[in-house]
Design a protein around this ligand. Structure first.
Ligand SMILES: [Zn+2]
Ligand SMILES: [Zn+2]
Length: 186
């Protein structure tokens, strides 16, 4: 959701706190799309003076993901804290300048989070989430994964192959085995 900052910036030293829902239904990351099961941000905004805005956000997002080892669906919660400052004057100046000038990374970030006088809370939250996405998620720490012989979910019980199947001894090797399995499935 986008929120209008004009009320906040109308007077100096103004503070505002609000809880804003994240509207996007999916979070796209590295060619994957994850359904957003729950998402909101609690924003603490402070307009110091002269259109300088400080924002602290507690972001809560729950994504629908699958266990990297056994592929069962799971809801993965993320709790992130974001702190940022925006100079709304800078944005106005930029607009009148040659767009080729806007090569600075921070400016590019500012421009998509702040659009005119609107703060894009979805973008703010998703940028933070992108930086915190794990390589893999597991349904539980000791997920046993799938039987390499018959594909049975070994968390649900033994299929009888485990005595003969070669078990990965090292969790890092298990991770690599998982990667190869994923490549094969694609
Ligand atoms: Zn699992
Ligand atoms: Zn089996």
């Amino acid at each position: 959701m986008q929120i209008d900052l004009s009320e906040l910036t109308a007077a100096n030293d103004t503070r505002k706190e609000c809880k804003i829902p994240i509207d996007a239904a999916v979070f796209s990351f590295q060619k994957e799309e994850y359904p957003v099961e729950e998402g909101f941000a609690v924003l603490r905004m402070h307009h110091t003076s002269d259109r300088q805005v400080e924002i602290e956000a507690d972001v809560r997002i729950v994504l629908g993901m699958v266990c990297s080892r056994c592929a069962v669906p799971l809801s993965e919660p993320f709790d992130l804290t974001v702190s940022c400052r925006f100079d709304l004057n800078k944005k106005d100046e930029k607009k009148s300048q040659d767009p080729a000038d806007e090569s600075d990374e921070d400016d590019a970030y500012d421009n998509c989070v702040i659009n005119d006088r609107f703060l894009d809370v979805d973008t703010l939250a998703f940028d933070a989430l992108s930086e915190n996405m794990p390589f893999a998620v597991y349904c539980k720490e000791d997920c046993k994964g799938l039987c390499p012989v018959c594909g049975k979910n070994l968390n649900e019980g033994d299929c009888g192959h485990s005595a003969t199947a070669e078990e990965p001894k090292d969790p890092r090797m298990a991770r690599i085995a998982d990667l190869f399995k994923n490549v094969k499935e694609v």
